[in-house]
Design a protein around this ligand. Structure first.
Ligand code: PEP
Ligand code: MG
Length: 319
């Protein structure tokens, strides 16, 4: 009985009209990965590697990092893992890096910008990632990309390191869409990336110009704002032009009211917290992608997140 329950939990989430949606998990370590698998996750959609770097006095070595990344792959029983390069700066401080203090940290040296500013740190992490086996199950994800030049620069660096390491395989490379310019330029990014993953937490913060850590604004920082939905629509359209898939790894993917909208906008993967996998899968199984699509188009014409949520409650009372 337990076996059959586990089997149904890990069955794919397929909509009423036959569209398979990958339901993946956001994790910090191998224990979370095991929890995700136990809850029926199809893959890891986001490993935030920051957790390996915080709460310590110096950076983890290449060997330490490889061991941590390999442990995640090993916990997944053949599933794929998307591992994000270090995303420090902004609200994520790593004291020993001694990033210079800035008046606007969220708009400063963070994500891949910090990576390029500290190339040895970035190279160490890339080498550690390239050392995992099998590379075919690893997907590297880059945070805070703002334009295609950054992506090309990173891809070239990965290629150089892979040649130095005499590797026969290359991992896939994906881009976080969390800066509005990345959503607007998604067609250019998708030409050089294997997939896109929408970071709705930061994309909301930067689109609405509302600090994600500001408690006073918290109620108004809503990813279902039509401005966000239009950016997501543009991002998916740009990716599809190059045959690439788009996922969502921000908190929006875990919001039941957002799920039908994201499916309607053409999102193919939702990455959520491990314990939410069964709920999101069962929600997806009750939806028709085609119906979600025609309704999502109408939602783009509404003028506030409140209106969007009101309409969603009417359309999908189960969400
Ligand atoms: C996001 O911005 O939505 C995201 C997934 O990244 P983080 O929350 O780690 O900034
Ligand atoms: Mg982010």
């Amino acid at each position: 009985r337990l076996r059959s329950m586990q089997a149904s939990a890990s069955a794919p989430a397929i909509t009423q009209d036959g569209v398979a949606i990958e339901v993946a998990v956001n994790i910090a370590n191998a224990d979370d990965a095991r929890e995700g698998v136990a809850h029926g996750a199809d893959a890891v959609g986001l490993l935030r590697t920051e957790f390996l770097f915080i709460d310590r006095r110096d950076a983890p070595t290449e060997a330490e990092q490889t061991a941590a990344y390999q442990a995640v792959l090993d916990a997944l029983d053949g599933r794929n893992a998307i591992i994000r390069t270090l995303d420090v700066g902004g609200d994520k401080d790593v004291p020993y890096l001694q990033l210079p203090p800035e008046p606007n940290p969220a708009l400063g040296l963070r994500g891949i910008r910090a990576g390029f500013a500290y190339p040895e740190m970035l190279d160490t992490q890339l080498r550690a990632l390239l050392a995992v086996k099998p590379l075919a199950r690893l997907r590297i994800l880059v945070p805070m990309i703002a334009d295609v030049g950054e992506l090309i620069r990173l891809r070239e660096r990965i290629e150089q390191l892979a040649v130095e390491m005499q590797l026969a395989e290359r991992p896939q490379l994906g881009v976080m869409v969390e800066v509005p310019s990345a959503a607007l330029l998604a067609d250019q990014l998708a030409k050089h990336a294997d997939f896109l993953s929408i970071g709705s937490n930061d994309l909301t913060q930067y689109t609405l110009a509302m600090d994600r850590c500001n408690a006073t604004l918290a109620a108004r920082i809503d990813s279902l704002h039509p401005g966000l939905l239009r950016l997501i629509a543009i991002a998916v359209e740009g990716a599809k032009r190059h045959g690439k898939w788009v996922g969502v790894c921000g908190a929006m993917a875990s919001d039941p009211q957002a799920v039908p909208v994201l499916l309607g906008l053409g999102v193919a993967e939702l990455s959520v917290s491990p314990r939410l996998v069964p709920e999101v899968k069962s929600l997806v199984r009750g939806l028709s992608q085609r119906q979600c699509q025609s309704e999502a188009e109408r939602l783009l014409g509404l003028s506030s997140a409140q209106e969007v949520r009101g309409r969603i409650v009417e359309l999908w009372p189960a969400a």
